[in-house]
Ligand binder design. Structure first.
Ligand SMILES: C[S@@+](CC[C@H](N)C(=O)[O-])C[C@H]1O[C@@H](n2cnc3c(N)ncnc32)[C@H](O)[C@@H]1O
Length: 224
């Protein structure tokens, strides 16, 4: 990362995979540095649109976005090593040059970006932390919504997906309390349809296979 980053929040969940083949270790050591995010080296004026994906998992959505929007710059954060390696493989396969990756907590990025710089933030299937004692680990909190609000441009979008009812309620409640985002939802069908037809992510496939119906939410930042 860089920009004198100081960690202010603890990261919960897995980071390294239990086993990593030699090939994967080589990709991580030798190829990953090419795509590693260094905020200081980005010329922000070069891009009309910079977008960020939080917890991109195996990278399905990030790669799809980068392929479909070659003129935009995509930042992605994912601490899970196997996900990062899979995404690096796909970046190389498609010869993409518009993705930068931070293999750790996305808060490191959000706290070090200039204000009002991002056109969109995507958070697909954030960890639901179902146990009550873990609810404080949920990514969508008052604190993080304030940080997200700072880095989004006016009318910038926060795109979310979840298959977890209790987390859904908590997200809607938090966004409502924050009061600086407009929920773009016209009817109940809208609630269940994707904002655009991106390929299913690993977690999305798992949810559908297990009979859970994902909900897709888009919020637009409003400057009060
Ligand atoms: C349930 S998975 C969903 C992954 C992917 N978006 C999908 O739909 O398949 C949530 C992901 O968020 C990542 N994550 C959790 N907290 C994070 C944070 N603070 N910064 C970046 N990634 C985070 C986890 O490592 C995990 O891979």
């Amino acid at each position: 990362m860089n920009r004198n980053s100081i960690r202010t929040e603890k990261l919960h969940g897995r980071k390294k995979s239990r086993t990593s083949s030699q090939k994967n270790q080589q990709i991580y050591k030798e190829i990953f540095p090419k795509y590693k995010l260094d905020i200081n080296s980005i010329d922000f004026n070069q891009y009309n649109d910079i977008e960020l994906e939080v917890g991109f998992g195996y990278g399905e959505h990030l790669i799809w976005q980068a392929l479909n929007h070659p003129n935009k710059l995509f930042l992605g954060a994912e601490p899970f090593r196997s996900g990062v390696i899979n995404t690096i493989r796909e970046i190389e396969r498609h010869k993409l040059n518009n993705i930068r990756i931070h293999d750790d907590n996305v808060i490191d990025i959000i706290e070090n970006l200039p204000n009002e710089i991002l056109s969109s933030i995507f958070i697909l299937f954030p960890d639901p932390w179902p146990k009550k004692r873990h609810h404080k680990r949920r990514f969508i909190s008052q604190n993080n919504l304030k940080k997200i609000h700072h880095v989004l441009k006016n009318r910038g979008r926060l795109v979310l997906a979840t298959d977890h009812k209790d987390y859904l309620h908590s997200i809607l409640l938090n966004v409502n309390i924050n009061d600086q985002f407009e929920w773009l939802c016209e009817n109940t069908d809208h609630f269940y349809s994707k904002p655009y037809e991106f390929p299913k992510t690993k977690y999305e496939r798992k949810a559908i296979k297990n009979g859970r119906r994902p909900v897709y939410l888009t919020f637009e930042k409003i400057n009060l």
